[in-house]
Design a protein. Sequence first.
Lengths: 219, 219
Amino acid sequence: MPAAGRMKWREEETANPLEGNAALFEAALEAFSEKSFGEASLNDIIKAAGLNKGSFYYRFYDKMDLYLSLLYRLGMEKLKLFERYDHENAAEGFFESIKDKAILGLRFARMEPRYNALSRRMLTENETFRNVIRSCFGDMTQDVLSAMIQEGKAKGQIDASVSTHLATAVFATLLTQIDLMISPNMDDQAILAQVDELIAILKHGMCTNSAAPKDESGR
Amino acid sequence: MPAAGRMKWREEETANPLEGNAALFEAALEAFSEKSFGEASLNDIIKAAGLNKGSFYYRFYDKMDLYLSLLYRLGMEKLKLFERYDHENAAEGFFESIKDKAILGLRFARMEPRYNALSRRMLTENETFRNVIRSCFGDMTQDVLSAMIQEGKAKGQIDASVSTHLATAVFATLLTQIDLMISPNMDDQAILAQVDELIAILKHGMCTNSAAPKDESGR
DNA sequence: CCTCCTTTTGACCATCTGGTCTAAAGGGAT
DNA sequence: ATCCCTTTAGACCAGATGGTCAAAAGGAGG
């Protein structure tokens, strides 16, 4: 249904209209995080933003354009958060790096929980729809994760016998769902503890036999 | 939008119309597994099934009724598969039991991949919608898993220090996404190997330090 | 043949969808 | 005041939506 991925404001080299119009940004985020692309009503969004048809279509090609622009802005915000962090902290081991990313992700999710809902919903859209989006933004997470895991193996942090493919899949699904698993109304410390535990499980397993290194005593 | 959860054929104590009408079953499954409830077109479903409006509404109250009836039939089929298996195999340890369930789930997914797509999509519908469904069918998986994990802890198969809540969440998300992680066009043996590996990760982790028991040698 | 009940048929309904288009309003610059 | 371009405004469109309804067809028993 949606045409090629293009954003009017980018082709005209102007600013993202969603930056300037807070009401529209809010309305679009609300709608697209609660309903699928097809189910969300453009009319409702426009009305909620206090706009009218003409003004909307003056700035956007169509509904898809709005959706892409929304993804663009949210992606930029998250990227900024991550980049700011990356500048401060150099890369450590694999598991520490993953943990940092998970915590940052959760912090962002607490700031804007609808973004995670939105991107999770995006993954359930049909394939052609997702392809349009991927042709616009690419599909980082999968590739980045895979590379990180291979590096972790090379550095001897990850057991070489686990398949990169499976490990990538495990981390990818857990990271996209993590904000559902770990309650959002926790304080920072509790979140940290939960993430620690999750990483510990991925590192050492849940089985009684395999000892976690931080507690070498009894067991 | 959808009203209370009721199925006309159940209130009239007749057979599930989806059992008798293969075309309708097929059309509904196809539609609801590819699109969300709101996005799927009832008109299209009816047309694809070679029905007409009147006949449809003679058997169902509304669109939701069809959806519930579809879930009902699919749930029954999966339940039958699991029950047949449970009769043959007594319960072993926790991880073996989970593995069996995962394999059965994957086998069912290969028989009817659209069912998993459907139930995964259902989880992304809005909350009131999910509540209608839960009021009809309950929410087994979460409770069952939690109980299994507590039992596993009691029997000393799971490390007592991992939180039941987190472990439940991990297994729940991995089990619902497993048919996406493990390629469906594998033969039975390859699937078995992949599931083995996944379970091994959950048992002993991916970290190089923690040794898996099946390979005690070097590393 | 008639009767009675179940089932089928499809025209029809109000409502909503994303999107178009013409007309007018704003607002600088001259 | 006049010009010109950007922006707003909202009536309007064809098409699709889930759902209703009165009428006809089918079929079994008498």
